[in-house]
Design a binder for this molecule. Structure first.
Ligand code: MF3
Ligand code: CO
Ligand code: CO
Length: 299
């Protein structure tokens, strides 16, 4: 992605600012940099001031992209090894060792007291499953969520895998969750809003008979594990912050086959569907580019 310092705009002084702030152009980016030219620095200052969003430079993006490549390689490595009979803790060991071997750090370990290097969420577990003694059995679905830190840059992605041969419900919920993530990603471009993403995801998931978890959202990522903005996986078209180039955030819808409600177990982490129905999730780290989006954790 490139930031064009000299990009011309047709906006008049009293028109809404092209950076999407909702302010008049003359009160916003027109005041910054060269007259009539909204610079990256101007928009970066504005987005930080207004929303605490840290826009990423070209150099930052290169760093996050490198971490993202490691994250997707880690998911591929795990996928190859998943088998019935394996414990969730064995998956944690695979992720931990692969990450360290590649000179990176697993972000979950000790994050707000989290005790492991990855989250492993089986069947009715929505997210934040703590790896342990649970044994994977044929027909299970298992989500593995990997966040790595390489040279200070974070990238975050997850996938739901089949253990052995999936049943019809397993196939259905995994497929809905994956398609929901994809339609959410397809809404990412400058000028669209964060609400457009949630709207598209909810529309897709509910049309196909899934429900959208409300308690967990996508998030800015790159300099830290969880940054502004929050990215809900439900919502209304046109609501929320306007996307601008240089924003990096995750899209990670959790979709249930039954009701959307959840409870968190006594370990304070493991989130489970209240009705014990299956839940699936897919996550990628997405960059807003000048023309649309780029996945920094492509798969
Ligand atoms: N990787 C999760 C996410 O997608 C967050 C896990 S927090 C942890 O945002 F502490 F459980 F690792
Ligand atoms: Co995330
Ligand atoms: Co994640």
């Amino acid at each position: 992605m490139r930031f064009h310092k000299s990009k011309k705009t047709k906006a008049g002084r009293n028109d809404p600012c092209p950076c999407g702030s909702g302010l008049k152009y003359k009160k916003c980016c027109l005041r910054k940099g060269d007259a009539g030219v909204p610079t990256f620095e101007g928009t970066r200052n504005l987005y930080y001031r207004k929303y605490k969003i840290c826009l990423k430079s070209r150099e930052d993006i290169e760093g996050i992209r490198k971490t993202g490549q490691l994250v997707t390689k880690t998911l591929d490595f795990v996928e190859e090894k998943i088998r019935p009979g394996m414990t969730t803790d064995e998956i944690n060991t695979l992720v931990h060792e692969f990450t360290i071997r590649n000179n990176a750090t697993p972000a979950p370990l000790n994050y707000r007291g989290y005790p492991k290097s990855t989250c492993v969420s089986v069947n009715e577990v929505i997210c934040h499953g703590i790896p342990g003694d649970r044994v994977l059995k044929d027909g299970d679905i298992v989500n593995v969520d990997v966040t790595s830190v390489l040279k200070g840059y974070y990238a975050d992605a997850n996938k739901t895998f089949f253990v052995g041969t999936p049943g019809d419900d397993a196939k259905k919920i995994a497929d809905i969750a994956k398609e929901s993530m994809k339609v959410g990603i397809s809404m990412v471009r400058p000028g669209n809003t964060i609400g457009d993403i949630g709207w598209a995801i909810q529309n897709c998931a509910e049309k196909r008979g899934g429900t959208v978890v409300r308690e967990f959202v996508g998030h800015g990522v790159g300099f830290e594990f969880h940054e502004a903005p929050q990215v809900p996986h439900y919502g209304k078209r046109g609501d929320g912050i306007v996307m601008v180039p240089g924003m990096v955030f995750t899209i990670e819808p959790m979709i249930n086959l039954g009701r959307k409600e959840l409870y968190v177990m006594k370990d304070k982490w493991t989130a489970v569907t209240k009705d014990r129905s299956l839940s699936a999730q897919f996550e990628q780290t997405i960059l807003v580019t000048e023309s649309g989006f780029e996945s920094l954790t492509p798969y």
